[in-house]
Design a protein around this ligand. Structure first.
Ligand code: SIN
Length: 282
């Protein structure tokens, strides 16, 4: 894979359009302004950045997230009194599910969904497996026909936290329920200006202004396209002490649970977006 230079580090790209491994940064130490600017630039360029051989405690992990903005508290962490900004991602032989085992963008049910997530995996399954797949949602938009792009651009969809958190994970909701918000079906990335297909099978329940069958048919067709178009995908093969940072505004991801009964452990921090997902005409 090609290597490229930023001022502070080199990268090795995972695919020509999505994902890069960063060599030459120690995230346990504070980053200086030019390193932070380079990470932000590489993140905007590649959507998914992989940092290997990082020895991080929770404070260093959170400090890395704060370079991008305010840390997010996951809705399922509402009762967690210690370190609520840390989301534990743990799967073992007794787990009824593994988090993120469907195509999704993190917590898109929020009004201001997390723009960034940084997952730090410290234990990988014995015998392999447990990769994460990432899909490029700018490319997904670009692969649609102009007729379909134009049709989707005016639409709004509902993203409902109850779908994964109650439906899939059987979690007890907080008082008032899990978040549920509307977002444009085609969003514009606030930094790159690129158009993004912004519906995901984890959270998007329906498209507004359509009958139930119409909405289901359109969403299922889009979800099918995401799930069956390999050229959208970059695959991260974890090693212990790998941190991967991704942009939820232009990617989706899918954790692969192919390692039962073995175990995998990581912790995630996410960063709240400072703007809502904006549509094409906003
Ligand atoms: C997630 O959705 O953040 C979990 C991803 C993973 O465990 O690979």
């Amino acid at each position: 894979m090609p290597t490229r230079d930023y001022d502070s580090f080199r990268i090795r790209t995972l695919t020509p359009h999505l994902g890069a491994e960063v060599d030459g940064l120690d995230l346990s130490q504070p980053l200086n302004d030019s390193e932070i600017a380079d990470v932000r630039k590489a993140w905007a360029d590649w959507g998914v950045l992989v940092f290997r051989n990082q020895i991080l405690d929770r404070e260093a992990h959170k400090a890395f997230g704060r370079y991008f903005g305010e840390l997010h508290v996951h809705p399922m962490n509402y009762a967690r009194s210690q370190d609520p900004e840390i989301l534990i991602v743990k799967t073992d032989a007794n787990s009824p599910y593994t988090a993120g085992d469907a195509w999704h963008t993190d917590v898109s049910c929020d009004e201001f969904p997390p723009m960034a997530s940084a997952l730090y995996i410290t234990e990988t399954p014995e015998g392999g497996g447990g990769d994460t797949l990432y899909a490029d949602m700018c490319l997904a938009y670009e692969l649609l026909s102009p007729t379909m792009q134009e049709f989707l651009e005016g639409l709004t969809a509902v993203h409902d936290g109850a779908l994964p958190y109650v439906g899939a994970y059987k979690s007890t909701p907080p008082e008032g329920g899990y978040p549920r918000h509307e977002h444009p079906v085609i969003a514009v990335h606030p930094e790159t200006g690129r158009k993004v297909l912004y519906v995901n099978s984890g959270f998007t329940s329906h498209i507004k202004g359509m009958s139930r069958w119409e909405s289901r048919a359109i969403l299922d067709a889009l979800f099918e396209m995401i799930a069956t178009t390999p050229r959208l995908i970059a695959r991260v093969e974890w090693e212990p002490n790998t941190l991967t940072l991704w942009d939820n505004r232009c990617t989706q991801h899918h954790a692969v649970w192919d390692y039962h009964p073995n175990s995998r452990y990581g912790e995630r921090v996410s960063v709240v977006a400072d703007t809502r997902p904006a549509g094409v005409s906003a």
